[in-house]
Design a protein around this ligand. Structure first.
Ligand code: MG
Length: 254
């Protein structure tokens, strides 16, 4: 099933399930209890929002060998994790805002695992029990600030630097050789396959939850393949994962 969050009507924000003719509105949330309603909205009527509002986003650096190589870096022995703030999240079609502090902001398409229930000390084998599903993320990064600061909080923490969506696919198996790609203005920039993930989702969840508790709705970004590059005001960035969907965001200037 594909789960979305949407604005339906003037002020109503609800979860929905994608069906053939439109989006079925649900009562409740997929994290506690929910049930379908009679209401179906058309794809044209629905304003999609980020499919989840995490309390935190845990992201993994250098998890594809080709990306580590393009950064003149070596693969880490253990997953390299960092945090992006919850306030960096935006949904499909919302603009990525370029901050005045940077002159070199990059796209990074990533597979995002969405946590479905409280997860602490999870083993790799049981990881899928703790996941609601998967969505697409763009780990937008101010590359110049990343280099200048020596750590990544500022470079990856600006408002709008974590587009998520368009939907959470609950049946997705990242172990298949799905294509992950990013285009800017229809020009292909990044293309990889999920089987090239160095540390798999299970290993990552085990590693992260040995450190911190993940809460329902928290998001784990699993790293980006080679081909990262700059985005500029006026660009349209499309991040795609076969089997999940395409996350499209325009780029604007502050
Ligand atoms: Mg990244």
């Amino acid at each position: 099933m594909k789960i979305v969050r949407l604005r339906s009507g003037r002020d109503d924000i609800t979860y929905g399930g994608v069906e053939e003719e439109g989006i079925r509105l649900y009562r409740g949330t997929p994290f506690v209890a929910w049930e379908p309603t009679e209401s179906l909205v058309t794809f044209e009527e629905a304003e999609l929002l980020a499919p989840v509002l995490p309390t935190k986003i845990v992201a993994i650096g250098k998890n594809y060998a080709d990306h580590a190589a393009e950064m003149d870096s070596v693969m880490p022995d253990e997953p390299l994790m960092f945090l992006k703030p919850a306030t960096s999240v935006i949904g499909p079609h919302q603009p990525i805002v370029l901050p005045s502090q940077s002159t070199n902001v990059h796209h990074e398409v990533e597979l995002a695992a969405v946590v479905g229930k409280v997860a602490k000390n999870v083993s790799a084998e049981n990881a899928s029990d703790y996941l609601l599903g998967y969505t697409v993320a763009n780990d937008v990064t101010a590359r110049d600030l990343q280099a200048a600061d020596g750590q990544w909080t500022r470079a990856k923490g600006f408002d709008t630097f974590c587009p998520l969506g368009p939907a959470i696919e609950t049946e997705f198996d990242p172990g298949q050789g799905w294509t992950i790609s990013c285009s800017v203005n229809d020009g292909l920039r990044q293309e990889g396959v999920l089987t090239d993930l160095h540390f798999g989702v299970g290993e990552l969840l085990e590693h992260v939850t040995a450190v911190m508790t993940l809460l329902p709705g928290d998001v784990l970004l699993t790293g980006t393949p080679a081909g990262v590059g700059p985005i500029e005001a006026g660009d349209v960035v499309e991040c795609s994962i076969e089997g999940i969907g395409t996350l499209r965001n325009p780029v604007g200037k502050r």
